[in-house]
Design a protein around this ligand. Sequence first.
Ligand code: KIV
Length: 282
Amino acid sequence: MKTKLTRFDLQSMKESGKKAVWVTAYDYWTAQFAEKAGMDMILVGDSLGMCIYGYEGTIPVTMDQCIYHSEAVRRGAPNTFVIGDMPFLSYQVNADEAVRNAGRFFKEARVDAIKLEGGQRVCAQIRAISDGGMLVMGHIGLTPQSSGQLGGFKAQGRTAEAAIDLIEDAKAVEKAGAFSLLVEAVPQEVCKIIRDVLTIPVYSIGAGADADGQLMIVSDILGIFQAFTAKFVKRYANLGEETLKALETYAEEVRAGRFPEPKHTYGMLEGEHAKLMAALKK
Ligand code: KIV
């Protein structure tokens, strides 16, 4: 049986140069496959807003939705390090609300850590959650909950000035008590500097290979999410096309009378059909 990693295992992996690999998951069956495939971590991302609920972004996602999906993932992957993603407005208002909402993930969904977006401006929240005894992962670079301020879903840290701000954010997040940091859609050179400067593990999603591990959105790599594909995504399957093909074939066979066949159909027990017909004649 797979053994669930701890923060210390993740730290040792960084120190020994062993890459951590993780994906998002939002439901029981995907979590089961992720665990079977040997993922080191699973993120129940607020990207579920787009991937599951069909929203345009992550802003409408609620705490209850995140808890509900984290519970399903926990059941599917009992032996994998699961991270719950704090949705918009669950931590921005103040540190007290952040602690209470982070606590719900641990109490109700039995996650191993939570993640929240932002650098220096959320350090009070990171400190408070960490002081509450909970593991916090930071997330900087392209932070989808503030995509309006960032001018859209765009790569970040591409100028020297912006890169310096990101490096300062990264240092502040570590100092505030985060056990690891996710860097999204940032040039590889900048992520490498952050990885080298910090002592905690630094993971990449769209920030190149010079990180302590890689995260991908499961619906992107399986070819399920069709609305758009970011530059940093690699598709490992095309389940979208497969699903469409399967549903179209099913519909065609039912309409043509080719499904169900006798092998898909139950029969009555021996002699019971004759008894039924006789009873119906009375
Ligand atoms: O919600 C999510 O899946 C995320 C990734 C985009 C990093 O936060």
